[in-house]
Write a protein that binds this ligand. Structure first.
Ligand code: 13P
Ligand code: SF4
Length: 309
C-alpha cells in the first residue's frame, strides 16, 4: 500500500512542479518556516524576490510583502496562502489620505515603510524597512523636509536617531508591537534582571527606551546570537523563536505578551497554514495581481531603497 504524503511533502512536490520558491517571514508558523527556501525579514525577502528567476513565488507572509515581490517580478506568479493576511499599518494609511497630506505639504519627500499598499508605495519617493529606515532617512539631504508613513513608533525612533526635526510622521501603528506594555516588560526584567532586551522599532517609545538593541526581526536574531547571556527578552512577534532557538539552542528567549490577546502573535501572519499554502501552490490562488502602471510607479521607490547598501 502506498504511504500517504504529508502536507509538507505535497508542498515540496508542488514547489518542484511549479518551479516555485517558498519565501517565509520570521512570523510564520514553525511548520511553514521548516520547509521554506528562504526565511527572512521584510528587506531580505524583498531582495530575494528581486533576484528570483523561477516561475512562482509562494509568499508565506502578509499581502503587502507579496505585492512587493510582484512589483519586483511583474512577469511571475505570486501567491499568498490566505488573501486576508493583511497588516494594520497598511489599513492605517489609505492612498487617498496620503495624497491629501502630500497636497498640504507639496515640498516634502515621502518616505514609506514597506508595510504599505502598492498604491501608497506609488505615491512615495523612497521606501524603507525596519532594518534600513535610519539609513534611508540619512540618505536624504538634511534640508529636505520629509513625510514619514505610516508607523508612528518607527517614525519617532528614526526621527530621534537621525535628529531630523523636519520630519512629519503619520499616526499608524502595528496592532501587535504597539500594544506591548512597558509595565509587563518591567515585570519580565525583574524576573530576569541579567537578561538583555531586544526590541522591534514598531514598539512604543517607553518599551524602546528600555531596550539594549533595536532592530528588524533578522537583526534581532543576529544580535541575540552574539550575546553571552543565557536569558534574553525579545520584544517582537514570537514567530522569531523558531530561528532563535535553532541558532542559539543553549539560550532561553522570553517574550512579553500584549494585553488584547495575551500573546505576542500577529493574527494576520498566523492566518497562513500549511494546508492553505499547499492549496495556493496547487490552485495558484489567492494570486496577487496589480495594474501594470501601478507596479511601474511603485517599483521606483522600492528600487531606490534596494539600491542603498
Ligand atoms: P521586519 O522588517 O522586521 O521583517 O518586520 C516586518 C513587520 O511586519 C514587523 O511587524
Ligand atoms: Fe503588520 Fe504588525 Fe502583523 Fe507586522 S506584526 S504584519 S506590522 S500587524
Amino acid at each position: 500500500m502506498l504511504a500517504t504524503k504529508t502536507i509538507a511533502e505535497e508542498i515540496l512536490d508542488l514547489k518542484r512542479e511549479r518551479r516555485a520558491i517558498l519565501l517565509a517571514h520570521h512570523y510564520q508558523e514553525a511548520e511553514i518556516q521548516e520547509i521554506a527556501d528562504v526565511i527572512g525579514d521584510s528587506l531580505e525577502l524583498a531582495r530575494k524576490a528581486q533576484s528570483f528567476d523561477g516561475e512562482v513565488i509562494a509568499f508565506a507572509g502578509v499581502w503587502f510583502m507579496a505585492e512587493t515581490a510582484l512589483i519586483l517580478n511583474p512577469e511571475r506568479i505570486v501567491v499568498v496562502p490566505d488573501s486576508e493576511a493583511g497588516c494594520s499599518l497598511v489599513d492605517a494609511c489609505p492612498a487617498e489620505q496620503l495624497r491629501a497630506w502630500k497636497r498640504r505639504h507639496p515640498d516634502h519627500a515621502v518616505v514609506a515603510y514597506i508595510n504599505t499598499s502598492a498604491e501608497v508605495k506609488a505615491e512615495s519617493d523612497i521606501l524603507c524597512t525596519s532594518r534600513n529606515a535610519v539609513a534611508v532617512v540619512n540618505s536624504i539631504p538634511a534640508e529636505q523636509p520629509i513625510l514619514f508613513v505610516p508607523d508612528v513608533n518607527l517614525g519617532n525612533y528614526v526621527k530621534a536617531q537621525t535628529g531630523r526635526e523636519n520630519m512629519k510622521i503619520w499616526q499608524g501603528a502595528c496592532i501587535v508591537h504597539a500594544t506591548f506594555p512597558a509595565r509587563r516588560l518591567t515585570a519580565k526584567k525583574a524576573e530576569f534582571p541579567e537578561a538583555p532586551i531586544a526590541a522591534h522599532p514598531e514598539c512604543p517609545a517607553d518599551v524602546l527606551r528600555m531596550a539594549d538593541f533595536i532592530g528588524s526581526t533578522s537583526a534581532i536574531i543576529e544580535w541575540c546570537g552574539r550575546q553571552d547571556a543565557d536569558d534574553i527578552i525579545v520584544m517582537t512577534e514570537s514567530g522569531v523563536r523558531f530561528t532563535l532557538e535553532k541558532e542559539s539552542p543553549d539560550k532561553r528567549f522570553h517574550f512579553v505578551a500584549n494585553e488584547q490577546c495575551n500573546c505576542s502573535e500577529c493574527p494576520y501572519m498566523k492566518r497562513n497554514t500549511l494546508e492553505k499554502l499547499r492549496d495556493s501552490l496547487r490552485d495558484l490562488a489567492p494570486r496577487v495581481e496589480l495594474p501594470r502602471d501601478l507596479m511601474d510607479r511603485a517599483r521606483i521607490p522600492v528600487e531606490r531603497m534596494l539600491a542603498l547598501r
